[in-house]
Write a protein that binds this ligand. Structure first.
Ligand code: GLC
Length: 711
């Protein structure tokens, strides 16, 4: 009956579990790394029903730019065939891979995608990533990474959507929708995995894998926000985090993986550990052997164990000794089987080795990558409108990232190829502009420089300087790059700085030497074309910062949604301003926009009602442009302290010169409330401020007002 696709998933799951032995059930909870040397062994284990999944990586550093780990579709099929055709019940494996920001078509890193503030385009990119990954036999991705990060020293800030609960939540949902679509059984869709549960971005000192000290209020109202949104749109899995919270490693915390994740957030999919995080409970000092690690993790609610094999070794004995119940086992196995049935793996277990060559890098895939990259670029400075560069200008381009290709793809590009990436120099050449590439060792007095009208210098990080286990203590440009910039500044030509990085860097010393600064993150396979499109004016920049950019590393953690404290006018630094260098939500355009005529639909509402806030946005410049309009709220008086402003909505609008549009934001409990210690969404009576703004600075350009929530 379980093999009958006309039966409901629940019927098939129940029927299959009723036929399984304890050994076969434990096999479903075991995920092993697809190590090439082990393929024969993996096939035998699959034939014996001892494994239920492969992580298509053979080291935990798949995304950290280590040795390339190509997929072997034929071998994966061979292991799958052993599971389906030789095991007693023929349960297919689910094959998981890190498809974090594209598969073969590499999109901007997630932090760059977040700078686009364009959920539709992020969804489209995830749809393309799913199409390409599925064509190569991947069933499930360990993405989106939804860790909110407010400490750019942490290398994995590159992999997430930035510092804000609202923006991260919107993009987490968009990404899950893109991967999973409406019908998970379609051959071009894959399961998503919200990671890492929870608070990984708050590791102390920005040091990876470290302790995260988070209050219950911050956990519920900041770090859980993107998980809520991803779960709301049906993410089928969650990955436990390496870090500990409140004295418990997340991978062994029932409070996190069951009471909070399932009890409060309503998650009903399956939980997978992060690479060896079950065995690492011993290093954390909460388990004195692998049997204890298996018991603690499984009892916490960790269904599938990635790579470290404690579940496989000890769960049967733990059940036989009564320390784990067979009901718990059946529940975890059901969580996993439901997803395998929904993915259609029983009907379509094998990949077509010929398919992916027809799917990879299609024209529209590259087109989406170019569009998303262009929208992700943030123009931070543009003195004297030195940009856009006119077609008559002779450009001298230089810098360590001018011809870079692999670097532009950024971290976690497991299946992309550097030589398929458009460099910045090639982007300019493709645009047909008058350009000469000058090596950055050429002396500033060299005549080469006097023959150009403007200098573009490409600076920033390579792909290894951010990502997993790549935290840095100083957020400066890599060594030598500021010296190069200072050298170019004396040439006496306008200097346009393009920065490619996996994190916000401190630009305080860069600003005086740059007439213009374009922050490009790691823009992906079409990065060079997108940068040329923006610098040469084919595309008007519209990216806005998804993270605060500090003026000094000593300000960290720093973010816009600060609390007022009891002494809002004091408590800064005596040596530097407490304000950031560039604010969350900030980004320039080649045109200007004015916000005016704020209105609310009613002066007051009850806690159960909604309200609309709106403002008129006008393009007051002479070129068309996109504007990312942001809505912020403040609960002025509340039992729990609330930030001085919280992003409550975002909308990207395109306006022709002189055109105005009224942008309306619907606000209700999910935007106005907060999650209290009992996990209840609470909207307290009282005054609320609401602003519609170009960014989080509130420097007078915003349009705002107040309304009242009445008891
Ligand atoms: C890594 C990462 C995780 C990734 C997993 C599989 O250590 O922490 O995000 O999905 O291992 O590669």
């Amino acid at each position: 009956m379980y093999s009958d696709p006309s039966r409901t998933v629940d019927v098939r799951v129940r029927d299959l579990i009723s036929r399984m032995t304890l050994e076969e059930k434990v096999g479903q909870l075991n995920q092993m790394p697809a190590i090439e040397a082990d393929f024969d062994k993996l096939a035998e284990l699959a034939a014996g029903g001892k494994i239920g999944s492969l992580v298509l990586a053979w080291t935990p550093w798949a995304g950290a730019g280590g040795e390339r780990q190509n997929l072997n579709v034929a071998e994966n099929n061979r292991i799958q065939r052993a599971a389906v055709e030789r095991s007693r019940l023929g349960i297919p494996l689910i094959l998981g891979r890190d498809v974090v920001h594209g598969f073969r078509t590499i999109f901007p890193i997630p932090l760059g995608q977040a700078a686009s503030w364009d959920p539709q385009l992020v969804e489209e990119a995830s749809t393309i990533a799913a199409r390409e990954a599925a064509s190569a036999g991947v069933h499930w991705t360990f993405a989106p990474m939804v860790d909110i990060a407010r400490d750019p020293r942490w290398g994995r800030v590159a992999e997430g959507f930035g510092e804000d609960p609202c923006l991260c939540g919107v993009l987490a949902a968009a990404s899950v929708r893109g991967f999973q679509g409406d019908d998970l059984s379609r051959p071009d869709r894959i399961g998503a995995c919200l990671k890492h549960m929870i608070g990984y971005g708050a590791v102390e000192g920005g040091r990876d894998y470290n302790v995260a000290e988070i209050s219950q209020q911050t956990l519920r109202n900041v770090y859980a926000a993107p998980f809520r949104k991803g779960i709301d749109v049906g993410a089928v899995s969650v990955m436990a985090a390496f870090n500990e919270i409140d004295g418990e490693p997340c991978s062994g915390s029932r409070a996190i993986l069951t009471d909070f994740l399932r009890g409060e957030l309503g998650f009903s999919g399956f939980v997978v550990s992060d690479w060896a995080s079950v065995d690492e409970l011993r290093q954390h000092g909460v388990a004195d052997d692998r049997r204890a690690a298996a018991r603690i993790a499984f009892d916490a609610g960790l269904d599938m164990e990635m790579s470290s094999g404690c579940h496989a070794e000890h769960l049967e004995a733990l059940v036989e000794s009564g320390q784990i119940s067979i009901e718990q086992i059946d529940q975890s196995v059901a969580n996993i089987l439901r997803v395998k049935f929904r993915l259609g793996l029983f009907e379509r277990p094998y990949a077509d080795p010929e398919l992916s060559s027809r799917v990879f890098l299609q024209e529209d895939h590259r087109g989406c990558a170019r569009k998303l990259a262009a929208k992700s670029l943030v123009l931070l400075k543009n003195d004297n409108n030195v940009l856009p560069i006119s077609s008559r200008t002779k450009i001298g381009i230089t810098g360590p990232l001018a011809t870079a290709q692999r670097e532009l793809m950024g971290t976690w590009t497991v299946d992309g190829f550097g030589d398929e990436t458009v460099s910045i120099v090639d982007g300019f050449r493709n645009a047909g502009v008058n350009i000469v590439h000058i090596d950055d060792t050429v002396d500033s007095g060299d005549p080469l420089w006097s023959n150009v009208d403007l200098i573009v210098v490409a600076l920033g990080e390579d792909h290894l300087r951010s990502g997993e286990n790549a935290s840095i203590a100083a957020l400066d440009l890599p060594s030598g790059q500021l010296d190069l910039l200072e050298k170019l500044a004396v040439v006496g030509k306008p200097v346009v700085v393009v920065i490619c990085a996996g994190r916000p860097l401190v630009l305080t010393d860069v600003i005086p030497h740059a007439d213009a600064i374009l922050y490009a993150w790691h823009p992906g396979i079409e990065g060079g074309n997108a940068i040329a499109d923006v610098l040469c004016g084919a595309v008007n920049p519209s990216g806005k910062l998804p993270v605060t950019m500090p003026r000094h590393v000593g300000q960290i953690p720093i973010h816009y949604a600060r609390k007022n404290t009891g002494r809002p006018d004091d408590g800064g630094y005596t040596d530097i301003p407490a304000t950031p260098l560039f604010a969350f939500g900030y980004g320039l355009s080649y045109t200007t926009f004015v916000y005016s005529d704020f209105a609310v639909s009613r002066p007051s509402i009850t806690a159960l009602e909604g309200i609309e806030a709106s403002a008129l946005i006008t393009n007051t410049g002479d070129v068309p442009g996109d504007e990312v309009v942001q809505c912020y709220i403040r609960d002025v008086v509340s039992r729990m302290t609330r930030p001085v402003r919280e992003l409550a909505g975002l909308e990207r609008v395109r306006l022709e010169p002189g055109e105005s549009k009224r942008v309306i934001f619907a606000l209700s409990a999910s935007e106005l409330g907060y999650w209290d210690r009992d996990g209840k969404l609470t909207v307290e009576p009282g005054r609320f401020g609401v602003w519609i703004a170009p960014d989080s600075q509130f420097d007078g350009r915003e349009a705002g007002g107040e309304f009242e929530v009445v008891a």
